[in-house]
Design a protein around this ligand. Structure first.
Ligand code: C2E
Ligand code: CA
Length: 698
């Protein structure tokens, strides 16, 4: 019945606003359009907190709201897909919508002409601008004025989440907000009453009286209105009774209610609400007795891969296991909470008789999480990135400690994941730089600022260049050529690696074909695939289309994969690799020796080549261990009938050593650095490596 639905909507809004007023500090108001996942479910609360934290970071960094687009992706990364993070809209206090993080959705979710008009008129005055204005779906959201000049944020955030959650959440919320809901309901009814004609006044008065009585006893939902024979009053009473019936149905015993309001439904761990409570006690204690308290922010590396490739059920199972292990690796006095998605918070109490137990405890946590988890008969392991903030030096209140631990966690991610970082003052500068980078990176994709250079690979038998490896560079308008190590990790994290990787793949295929057409002896083209690229759903079609569009025979393409990427899900990986092989595409294992593939799974990889990781080459032939590893990789590769190529070969000694051990190929500065495509033909014609003489002859 429409009437009752509308009333429920009022209840929802009321409940949310109350919650929002209590928890939103920096943002003027938080409005949820359509509906929201679960205001009282830890996840939605966590999501809004994450948004707020990130907004605050953006503010500190003086970032334009453009960076929110990147933020959304990050948010999606830091929670599970489908967690209910919809779009981030930023609306000015006067109701104008100023920013929408997903331009493609503007047409669907909001009144586009009105948006553009608002932006056109409002943005210049506030220092914003219209990024791109096109027709219908093409138009891009605008940039919002974000600050009021005193460093305060002057806009609000609108989070959209799927509508299907409305009904269930309305009931839950209504149950928890019974009193408030009834008050609002009565207010709504009173308003309706005022507008009705005198003919229905009497039954309505009766209804109002009854509601008035009920307002004094919000817990007692057993009462019902007498329904008049017909008319608006009858509909109203019906709707009211229906609503009260639903509220009653959702009433649960108080203890259970309290537990579900303070614990995460999936893992049973304390949720954000209880976390704050515990943290506040820990801080009070530490303050009083001059102790320390440590907040560890734990995020699983690449959890999205598990979710995307194995499905949410297994993703959930994985999280549950991690939660159990976390809880098992701390003391009773400590708190382990689920912060949202794949994020956990551990609060470590510093006890009087132990000066600091934090370090060994963190090591235990790392260890516990990294142990393989068995899902459907297969082993999967993920590592954690951990950020630590300690009371009192890194913050004296809950917000600051959480924010700083989060910042430290991001630093840990930046440093290649699977490590633990303590908070430090200069992290804020780093965060600002990182946000700037992410922002620029997004623009760089639009502006197509990526170029591909090619590093020759030499076949040691013929001494000739037979292949090149495509290596991407960012041609930055101010900074010049930026090496991939400076942006690939960020691109991987934000998902921007997908458009960048596609560009590299297509460019490389077209280039290989262009050299062939120009009459150069055909070269194998090696292209690196990152984890996200490999696990993306449309990978096979993408490779097929890149080859087809370039007119390149699949035999000339070789994809380089890392062991750790494959080990994330051996079964699925092998399936994808087989499909690629079936297309005729070659596969190589990159950086071999640095990952952790078991020999038994290595045997199952349908690959043609192993690449000895550069790091071993650096110390060959001086260091005995590196020599042993290089030798072992060559022998192992040959045993499995793979070709073996060494990367990072810089010296004649290394070349000689590799030739003696029967290595099939080399690449490295001894041959050439990666060069722009126009330099390759001359290199191919003039390079001849005489391995036995240990010479590079030009
Ligand atoms: P990688 O696949 O291990 O690539 C080899 C890296 O070592 C390249 O660095 C190359 O320039 C460098 N190198 C080559 N020979 C020598 C040498 O003799 N000595 C030394 N010290 N270094 C040498 P680059 O181009 O900076 O690439 C770094 C990494 O970025 C690559 O490591 C690869 O993992 C990633 N990457 C590069 N391009 C792409 C791409 O298009 N897609 C993806 N997903 N990753 C890429
Ligand atoms: Ca490579």
């Amino acid at each position: 019945m429409t009437l009752s639905l509308r009333m429920k909507a009022v209840v929802i809004a009321g409940g949310w606003m109350a919650l929002a007023a209590g928890s939103m500090v920096a943002v003027d108001s938080l409005v949820l359009t359509r509906t929201y996942a679960a205001a009282l479910d830890s996840r939605a609360a966590a999501v809004t907190t994450v948004i707020r934290l990130q907004l605050e970071q953006a503010l500190r960094a003086g970032m334009p709201l453009e960076s929110l687009a990147g933020l959304q992706e990050q948010l999606q990364d830091s929670t599970r897909a489908g967690d209910g993070i919809g779009d981030i809209l930023v609306a000015a206090p006067d109701g104008r919508i100023l920013f929408h993080s997903d331009p493609a959705k503007i047409g669907r979710s909001i009144d586009q002409p009105a948006l553009l008009e608002a932006v056109r008129t409002a943005a210049p005055a506030a220092g914003g601008r219209l990024v791109r204005e096109g027709d219908g779906q093409e138009s891009e959201a605008s940039i919002a004025p974000a600050f009021d000049g005193q460093g305060r944020y002057r806009a609000s955030v609108v989070v959209e989440v799927p509508t299907r959650l409305v009904a269930a959440e309305a009931r839950r919320l209504a149950a928890l907000n019974g009193a408030l809901g009834l008050a609002l309901l009565a207010a709504g009814l009173a308003a309706i009453l005022a507008g009705l004609s005198a003919a229905v006044t009497r039954p309505l008065e009766r209804i109002t009286r009854t509601i008035g009585d009920m307002r004094g006893h919000p817990e007692d939902l057993s009462r019902r209105l007498a329904v008049p024979p017909q008319g608006v009053a009858a509909q109203l009473a019906d709707a009211f009774n229906e609503l009260i019936g639903e509220l009653q149905g959702t009433m649960v015993p108080r203890a259970q209610l309290e537990h579900s309001a303070t614990h995460d439904a999936l893992t049973g761990l304390p949720n954000r609400i209880l976390l704050r409570d515990r943290l506040s006690s820990a801080l009070a204690y530490a303050r009083r007795y001059g102790r320390r308290a440590t907040v560890a922010f734990i995020d699983l590396d690449n959890f999205k891969v598990i979710n995307d490739s194995l499905g949410h059920d297994r993703g959930d199972a994985f999280l549950k296991t991690v939660a159990e292990r976390l809880a098992g690796s701390v003391r009773d006095v400590d708190t382990v909470a689920r912060f949202g998605g794949d994020e956990f918070i551990v609060v470590l109490f510093d006890q009087p008789d132990q000066s600091s137990k934090a370090v060994p405890m963190i090591a235990r946590i790392q260890d516990a999480i990294s142990q393989p988890v068995v899902l459907g008969g297969q082993q999967y392991s993920l590592t954690p990135s951990i950020g630590i903030a300690t009371y009192p030096q890194d913050g004296t209140d809950i917000e600051t400690l959480l924010r700083n631990a989060d910042a430290a966690m991001y630093r840990a991610k930046e440093l290649g994941r699977n490590n633990c970082q303590a908070y430090s003052e200069d992290l804020h500068t780093r965060i600002a730089e990182r946000l700037a980078l992410l922002n620029e990176l997004r623009l760089a994709v639009e502006r197509r600022e990526f170029v591909v250079h090619y590093e020759p690979q030499v076949d040691l038998r013929s001494g000739r260049i037979v292949a090149v490896e495509a290596l991407v560079r960012w041609n930055h308008p101010q900074r010049g050529l930026v090496p991939p190590d400076h942006f690939i990790p960020e691109a991987e994290e934000t998902g921007l690696i997908l458009p960048i990787g596609e560009h590299v793949l297509r460019t490389a295929c077209a280039q290989a074909k262009a050299w062939q057409t120009a009459g150069l002896p055909p070269l194998r083209m090696a292209v690196n695939l990152s984890s996200r690229q490999f696990w993306q759903p449309g990978l096979l079609q993408l490779v097929e289309s890149a080859l087809h569009d370039a007119g390149l025979d699949a035999a000339w393409l070789e994809l380089e994969l890392t062991e750790s990427l494959i080990m994330r899900g051996v079964e699925e990986a092998v399936r994808t690799m087989r499909a690629l092989r079936a297309m005729g595409v070659g596969l190589a294992i990159d950086d071999f020796g640095t990952g952790y593939s078991s020999l038994s799974s290595l045997k199952r990889f349908p690959i043609g080549r192993l690449k000895i990781a550069q790091q071993f080459m650096h110390e060959v032939p001086a260091d005995a261990d590196s020599v042993a590893i290089a030798e072992a990789v060559i022998a192992l590769g040959h045993n499995m009938r793979h070709s073996v190529i060494a990367e990072g070969v810089e010296t004649v000694e290394q070349l000689r050593f590799l030739a003696q051990k029967g290595c099939d190929g080399i690449q490295g500065y001894l041959v050439s650095r990666a060069v722009p495509p126009e330099e390759i033909p001359a290199l191919v014609r003039t390079t001849h490596i005489d391995a036995l003489a240990g010479d590079a002859v030009r």
